[in-house]
Every structure is written in C-alpha cells, then in structure tokens.
Design a protein around this ligand. Sequence first.
Ligand code: HEM
Length: 173
Amino acid sequence: MMYAVFFVVILLAILLLLENKKNQERYAQQYIEEEPYPLTEEQIKYIHNSWRRIMPIKEKFAELFYQRLFELDPKVKTLFRGKLDFQGKKIMTTLNVVVNSIDNIKAVEAMLQAMGNRHIIYGVQAAHYETVGAALFWVLEQSLGDYFTDEVEDAWVTTYNIIASTMKETAYP
Ligand code: HEM
C-alpha cells in the first residue's frame, strides 16, 4: 500500500513537471520570433555581382565619390584633413569587408559601431550620412551603367541603410 501511494506521488510529480515545461516552451515561442533578414538572397547576389564590377575601378570610384560628395555639400570638405586618395583606399577596403559579410552583418556590427563612434571625433553629424548615401548611389549609377537596375538600386539602398544605421546607433543614441 505504501509503495502504491509513493508511486502515485512520483507519477503526479512527473506529470506536473512535463506540463510546466510545455507551458514554458509555449511562452518562449510567443516572444522569440525570428526577425526577417533585411536582404533577400537575390539582393545579396546583386550586391556581390555589382561589387565585383566595382573592385577593378576602385580608385576611380573613390575619386568620383568624393567629387560628388563635395559638390553636394562643399562644407564637408573641411572635415577631411588627410590625403583624399589615402582616405579613398580606406573607405573602399572597409566597404569591401562589409560587402563580403553582407549575408551575415552581425559579424561586422561591432566594427561598424566603433567606426561610427570615431566619426564623431572627425566632426561628422548624423545628417551627413544622407549626403554620403546620395553621393554613393550617384557613383554606383555612374559606375554600373545598365547593371544599375531598380532591383540593384533597392539592394544598395537597403545595404547602405544597414551600414549607416549601425554606424549611427551607438554614436548618436
Ligand atoms: C558608409 C559609411 C561610411 C564608411 C564606410 C566610412 C569609412 C571611413 C573610414 C574607413 C575611415 C578611416 C578612418 C576610420 O576607420 O575611422 C573614415 C574616415 C572619415 N570619414 Fe567616413 N565613412 C562613412 C561615412 C562617413 C560620413 C557620413 C562622413 C561625413 C562627411 C564621413 C567622413 C569621414 C571623415 C571626415 C573621416 C576622417 C578623414 C581624415 O582624417 O582625413 N564618413 N571613413
């Protein structure tokens, strides 16, 4: 008789534990929803394919980019104290790293945030990111020609927004 009571108590305890675990899983599922990745696989392909076309002309690309940036906002020229061709090499190297990690942006998130913080020291303001974006899209259009379709442009707009918002998020909280 003692054994029977003991057995029933153990059985009830196991049933309670199982029910509790099921409830916890249900609760977790309610709150952990996978965020959709901001770029589709097709857009990632557009970014990689266009970057392959840009890398062989990266010096010209950087030169045109700064020309256009200073045309759009001549005041930002005073922020650049070093040599522009050297600066051009640095921005192209960084964009290359980011483009190569575009299917896993988390891998370069900390690097982009640290770079965004350094940009405050250079005197960069949050609004400058719009002018830099406009200069970048212009030079992409000039460099890619017919390849710069609406779909490719959309992929670059999303990519630039990911880069700029990650750089800005800790710099201008
Ligand atoms: C896509 C966004 C951007 C990228 C990838 C980028 C990349 C870089 C890199 C790699 C450097 C070298 C120094 C460092 O790593 O800290 C740099 C410096 C600099 N960037 Fe940016 N940048 C971006 C946005 C901007 C914006 C919005 C401005 C505003 C005009 C800006 C202005 C500057 C200035 C003034 C310097 C210092 C140049 C010097 O010392 O001569 N950048 N940037």
